[in-house]
Design a protein around this ligand. Structure first.
Ligand code: NAD
Ligand code: UDP
Length: 323
């Protein structure tokens, strides 16, 4: 297939480009480098089946060459208001890429009669009142809350995708990605795994927002990529599919594990005021649909995935110090 990947220089997008190329597909990698990094795709620049398009997908675009699939991953993704890459700092860009970017990506798919896959998020469930979250749970999102620029952009994006499917019979797919981590996440991304690993490798206290009793379920990137690839190749799955790891743990447990794996001795620091309003209290995917329809489930344990991620972060931190 000839596949357009938006957000290709990002964490998930770059790993997905690797997978597509390994499977023998051609990749048109689109990114405007808002939150991504050219280093993530530098190793692909000379690959004969890889083409980079520097473009803001929130602006219309036309492609003459034939496309078989469009995978729309472009969007800021970190909720941390302190991070320069966090969507609270990029609210208009986040709303635009969810709305106009999705519209433009859908328009391209329609023009080429290509299959379409949207990267949506567990954030469409907001601070969920149903646990674990199944795809038919409609969510608990505050439309004017501090995360609304992201949550509502993704909810609107899902509505757009379903409308293109129902109105134009476009061959669409929607994945709701839950917390994913792994190599290539920005060191200063601001999400919990990169923050804790950097702090631990620098021998600093891990900063927990609130008491650390809030829970998340962390999926290793290789497992997620396998699920995305299966969904892209699937036929007839137009309803959203949760992709994530159902093993749930508290943020405090995550901090303790990262300290153990890195040998960090600094005490954990609780920061009551750092907890954002509407920071979800619990989050865990119900992956029955992905198990049944895609025969997919995560295989990499948290300890194994964190060990690989810590090695990548250690190498990049060292390289940064040497510069
Ligand atoms: P990322 O920030 O590493 O990657 C996003 C990429 O999109 C970046 O390279 C950025 O430059 C690009 N981008 C942003 N706006 C753009 C625009 N207007 N035009 C072109 N490119 C643009 O984030 P990520 O973690 O790789 O997330 C990728 C996708 O997966 C996002 O849509 C995100 O919402 C979704 N997602 C990620 C997670 C996760 O845990 N990582 C969870 C749920 C959903
Ligand atoms: N968090 C934390 N310390 C940090 C960063 C995040 O305690 O340095 C918490 C955050 O408040 C949230 C959880 O970790 O409860 C996961 O946050 P993340 O930013 O990774 O993404 P989210 O799951 O909230 O979208």
């Amino acid at each position: 297939m000839r596949v357009l990947v938006t957000g290709a220089a990002g964490f998930i997008g770059s790993h997905f480009c690797d997978r597509l190329l390994a499977e023998g597909h051609q990749v048109l990698a689109l990114d405007n480098f808002l939150t991504g990094a050219s280093e993530n795709i530098a190793h692909l620049q000379d690959h004969p089946a890889f083409t980079l398009l520097q473009h803001n997908i929130s602006q219309p675009m036309y492609l003459d060459e034939k496309l078989d699939a469009v995978v729309h991953m472009a969007s800021p993704a970190s909720p941390n208001p302190e991070s320069p890459w966090g969507y609270p700092q990029l609210p208009i860009q986040t709303l635009k890429v969810g709305a106009l970017g999705t519209l433009n990506a859908l328009g391209l798919a329609r023009a080429h009669q290509a299959r379409f896959l949207l990267a949506s998020t567990s954030e469409v469930y907001g601070d969920p009142l149903v646990h674990p979250q199944t795809e038919d749970y409609a969510g608990n999102v505050d439309p004017v809350g501090p995360r609304s620029m992201y949550d509502e952009a993704k909810r609107f994006a899902e509505a757009l995708v379903m409308s293109y499917h129902r109105t134009h019979q476009l061959d669409t797919r929607i994945m709701r990605i839950f917390n994913t981590y792994g190599p290539r996440m920005r060191l200063d991304d601001g999400r919990v795994v990169p923050n804790f690993i950097c702090q631990a490798l620098e021998g600093k206290p891990l900063t927990i927002h609130g008491e650390g009793t809030q829970t998340r379920s962390f999926c290793y990137i290789d497992d997620l990529i396998e699920g995305i690839y299966r969904l892209l190749l699937s036929e007839g799955i137009h309803q959203p599919v949760n992709l994530g790891n159902p093993v749930e743990m508290s943020v405090l447990e995550l901090a303790e594990l990262i300290n153990r794996l890195t040998g960090n001795q600094a005490p954990i620091q609780r920061q009551a005021s750092a907890r954002m309003a509407t920071d979800p209290e619990r989050r865990r995917p119900d992956i029955t649909r992905a198990r049944t329809l895609l025969n997919w489930e995560p295989r990499v344990s948290l300890e194994e995935g964190l060990t690989r991620t810590i090695a990548d972060f250690r190498a990049r931190l060292q390289a940064k110090q040497e510069v």
